[in-house]
Design a protein around this ligand. Structure first.
Ligand SMILES: [Zn+2]
Length: 146
């Protein structure tokens, strides 16, 4: 990976982090709005042991969420080859939205390629010369390089 690509990648991941931070900001703000109402309702009805259970429960939920987030993030390592993203198990993913795509055909009106339904586009499988190649060839090269 070149220096430029590294910079681009870190910018993209930082933008995602920024988005996550601002989203948590909104969540925290919502909690400060809902919190006092909840606290009043709880202090009228709940025992300290219930409050402690709720607190520990939410803490456990947060830890599970973090682990899931970390695992899915690490499994998202994808290689871009022949204009298509490939995951570690050589499944094709849309080069635009990165969701898994499986529908390869050479009968599309815009030519051969993988069709991504959400994007509504056919992404051709082609080498650096622009020549269309078969998924079998791409897979053979991908698994050969691993
Ligand atoms: Zn897509």
């Amino acid at each position: 990976m070149s220096f430029g690509e590294r910079v681009k990648e870190s910018l993209i991941s930082n933008a995602a982090n920024g988005l996550a931070v601002s989203f948590s900001g909104i969540l925290i703000w919502m909690c400060t709005q809902i919190g006092p109402i909840l606290a009043k309702a709880l202090s009228d009805n709940a025992s300290p042991s219930l409050l402690l259970t709720l607190l520990l429960g939410s803490l456990a939920f947060n830890i599970v969420f973090l682990i899931v987030f970390w695992v899915t993030r690490n499994n998202n390592d994808m290689t871009l080859k022949y204009g298509i993203y490939w995951d570690s198990k050589c499944n094709p993913h849309c080069p635009n939205c990165k969701i898994p795509i499986g529908g390869y055909s050479d009968g599309y009106t815009s030519g051969a390629g993988y069709y991504c339904k959400p994007c509504g586009k056919v992404f051709p499988l082609s080498d650096a010369h622009g020549n269309d190649i078969n998924p079998e060839v791409a897979l053979k090269e991908l698994t050969g390089n691993v």
